[in-house]
Design a protein around this ligand. Structure first.
Ligand code: ASP
Length: 404
């Protein structure tokens, strides 16, 4: 029997789901359970996968020097591409000015805003957990990553016997987690079918706003994302990583489609690790450190979106943004993207950090709520794409031979 490759199966599922969700919204519940089940399974994997992967990654690096070098490269890539993304967004939002004349009457209430972290200090503080089990149970990624890096690093500092035991233990744990991930990945097309039918059935009324009153705003974010994903990042991997961007894109189709459908970089992480290792040929030593970190702190798409959204709100309220205010937006958009969790709508909630920093009305977020789910799909794919580009660049600069 003809066996379609996984990404083709996903694409077909996606198309069927859009048609089904829009045509039979009342029958959505017959398939949405598959999406819920799939997402639950992916979420089940996230915390143990990140912990074992980062600890194994750090211990495999061996010493502080290696960790320092890789850590520095990773952070440099993540910060610089996020800043490039934000500047791209800033350019287009100033050029197109989507917010000028926007109808403030379209504003909607957002209950989640109350729970958003109010300032940048909170974001930094949150990195150090007071109770690691609390952080595990609430899937507080920054705190979990911070603890895992520390734990992994100090494994390399203990005596030979416990060091070997713990290194083997976490490597084995990671291997088992990836085996479970492979099992879950087999169900991706069915999971995506369920998720997308649900989103379409729920959001079909908002589709009109994407095409209508919010169309220019939607297009501004989209143009920025497309430029960043198809020009900036490919140029960087071509020039610095000597990687063929088209081949790399083909290697990543499954996680990119999954990111688009699930709107969660964290939930996509198992598929990203799988594709980067098995299709792009990056070693486990590098991907197991760089990717979990990226899924949490490197969000180019979100960073760009934060900047455009904040500027859009300012334009809609008729508030002039000085160069200084725009510079603050760039900086806070970077921090907000680092602090945003890799889950749906995280970016929307984080806009409040930027609005507070430059004194814009918080209720402005209600203006962009309707189109957020669709933009979330696009920015999450760009987030995952950038993580994967960073991984191949770092692997190359570490002297690895890749298959892309
Ligand atoms: N959904 C995005 C992600 O998981 C975060 C965001 O809402 O911007 O990468």
């Amino acid at each position: 029997m003809l066996k379609l490759k996984l990404h083709w199966q996903i694409l077909i599922a996606l198309i069927i789901a859009v048609i089904y969700g829009l045509s039979f919204p009342d029958q959505a519940e017959y398939v949405t359970w598959m999406g819920d089940l799939f997402l639950r399974a992916l979420k089940m994997l996230i915390v143990p996968l990140i912990v074992t992967s980062i600890i194994a990654g750090v211990t495999n690096m061996g010493d502080a020097q290696n960790l320092g070098r890789l850590g520095l490269k990773t952070i440099t890539y993540y910060v610089s591409t996020s800043v490039l993304a934000i500047i791209t967004g800033l350019f287009f939002v100033n050029l197109i000015q989507p917010g000028v004349g926007a109808d403030l009457g379209l504003r909607k209430e957002i209950p989640e805003l109350a729970a958003a972290p109010g300032n940048i200090g909170d974001l930094v503080m949150r990195m150090v957990p007071t109770n690691i089990f609390d952080a595990f149970s609430s899937a507080d990624m920054l705190a979990i990553i911070f603890f895992s890096i520390l734990f992994g690093f100090f494994i390399t500092r203990v005596n030979q016997e416990p060091k070997e035991f713990l290194t083997n233990f976490f490597n084995a744990g990671f291997e088992v987690m990836m085996k479970i991930a492979h099992f879950v990945i087999m169900f991706t097309p069915l999971g995506i079918l369920g998720i997308v039918v649900g989103v379409m059935a729920e959001q079909r009324n908002n589709l009109a706003e994407v095409l209508g009153s919010m169309g220019v705003y939607f297009a501004t974010v989209l143009v920025g994302l497309v430029v960043h994903a198809t020009i900036t990042l490919p140029l960087i991997i071509r020039v610095i990583g000597k990687v063929n961007p088209v081949k790399h894109f083909k290697a990543l189709t499954t996680p990119l489609l999954t990111a688009f459908s699930t709107r969660s970089s964290s939930a996509t992480l198992p598929l990203t690790i799988d594709a980067v290792e098995n299709n792009a040929g990056v070693s486990n030593k590098i991907s197991s450190f760089v990717l979990p970190l990226g899924a949490t702190i490197n969000m180019d798409g979100t960073a760009l979106y934060e900047c455009v959204a904040a500027m859009f709100i300012a334009q809609a309220y008729g508030i002039e943004m000085s160069i200084l205010s725009q510079a603050i937006i760039v900086f806070t958009a970077l921090l907000a993207s680092i602090g945003a969790a890799g889950i749906p709508m995280a970016g929307l909630v984080m806009i409040s950090v930027i609005l507070t920093a430059v004194g814009l009305p918080l209720e402005g977020v209600g203006l962009i709520l309707a189109v957020d789910p669709f933009l979330d799909m696009c920015r999450t794919s760009v987030n995952v794409w950038s993580d994967s580009c960073g991984t191949v660049i770092i692997a190359r600069t570490e002297g690895e031979t890749l298959s892309v």
